[in-house]
Design a protein around this ligand. Structure first.
Ligand SMILES: *Cc1c(COP(=O)(O)O)cnc(C)c1O
Length: 359
């Protein structure tokens, strides 16, 4: 058996170069005479790695000096709650909902803040974005939360919404590092690592430092971003292996031209796939064209029986995890940074054969 092209939505494909590096240093890492998983997070080697990973991420994303970078745990889902606990306490917050992750974020925020749905695409089945002139933003909100890339539906907000002086909070779990980004437009950017950064167990958060001074809900230190920032994200034992892998991925992104080059590659991959789908007369993607995701491409064949056949046969052909989310059905190709163009070409070629045989 050999590695297939992995189209999983998450945990997802990692760069092969990075996996090989990890393999080469799995037994002995950084002269520690032990693996990175077996050494203290407070030891010299790990601290040096942690600091370097932060420097590398700062350089990659041009993160301004007045932002802290945190390496946390709990997954993006835990931070759906922790964000309002930290910066929305006693007030209200606006949510722009363009899919299932945004819906979850609202639900998890409700115990901690008055989470208002300021705009939602639900009436259109999340196949279109709610038009900008229908957004009911409150200029007194503690923050505005949105999900620039909805991983399940495959819909994206490609520009950064202008929300005035209210801090903009973005769940970038499935599109962080996928393109250039003006970090200074955000209050918080956060991402579960397991789509575009590394293994699960890690959340990368970029937070503007004035937000760390807000009054919070009464809560344990471990939930406080200010306490995590003060302690270098080491209030307790962090997800050491995931952090190490993230650091390796940051170097891989830099080595391959940085986020601008990732953006170019990602656009080329997505354009190729959407162009084929649209012209195929066999497959379809239902998302409003201007809002199609560059990372997650859902598509269907003419019927569910063929969808099932497609998933089965593609898996056997080494094109992995193309089954769509259970709530959407059909297929979904997740084509994150680490998916090479060759993977997309192999997918299209399989799709062509399948359509020819079953059309
Ligand atoms: C995967 C995903 C999440 C959930 O991440 P967990 O780490 O499993 O909590 C949240 N938001 C988006 C956009 C995602 O893609």
């Amino acid at each position: 058996m050999s590695r297939g092209f992995n189209f999983s939505s998450g945990p997802a494909v990692l760069p092969e170069e990075v996996l090989k590096e990890a393999q080469a240093e799995l037994l002995e890492w950084s002269n520690a005479r032990a693996s990175v998983m077996e050494v203290s997070h407070r030891g010299k080697a790990f601290i040096a790695m942690a600091e370097e990973s932060e420097r590398d991420l700062r350089a990659l994303m041009s993160i301004p000096a007045n932002y802290k970078v945190l390496f946390l745990q709990g997954g993006a889902t835990q931070h759906f709650a922790q964000i309002p606990m930290n910066i929305g306490f006693g007030g209200s917050a606006d949510y722009i909902v363009t899919g299932q992750w945004g819906q979850k974020a609202v639900k998890e925020a409700k115990p901690y803040t008055n989470a208002r749905v300021a705009a939602t695409g639900e009436a259109d089945g999340f196949l279109k974005l709610p038009p900008r002139d229908t957004w009911q933003l409150d200029s007194n909100a503690a923050y505005v939360h949105y999900t620039p890339n909805e991983t399940i539906g495959g819909i994206a907000i490609h520009d950064i919404p202008d929300v005035g002086n209210v801090p903009l909070v973005a769940d970038m779990s499935s599109n962080i590092l996928a393109d250039t980004l003006d970090v200074s437009k955000f209050g918080i950017i956060y991402a579960g690592a397991q789509k575009n950064i590394g293994p699960s167990g890690l959340v990368v958060m970029i937070i503007r430092d004035d937000l760390l001074g807000r009054p919070t809900a009464p809560m344990a230190n471990i939930f406080k971003y200010s306490a995590q920032a003060a302690d270098g994200s080491m209030l307790n034992t962090p997800a050491t292996f995931s952090w190490y892998m993230a650091g390796r991925v940051f170097k891989w992104v830099a080595r391959h031209g940085g986020v601008a080059a990732m953006g170019e590659r990602n656009r080329a991959k997505a354009e190729r796939l959407y162009r084929y789908i649209d012209g195929s007369g066999f497959y379809s993607n239902p998302i409003e064209k201007s809002a199609r995701s560059l990372m997650n491409v859902p598509f269907r064949s003419p019927n569910e029986t063929l969808d099932e056949k497609f998933v089965k046969e593609s898996e056997a052909a080494g094109l992995l995890a193309l089954k769509g989310h259970r709530s959407v059905g059909g297929m979904r190709a997740s084509i994150y940074n680490a998916m090479p163009i060759e993977g997309v070409e192999a997918l299209i070629s399989f799709m062509q054969d399948f359509a020819a045989k079953n059309g």
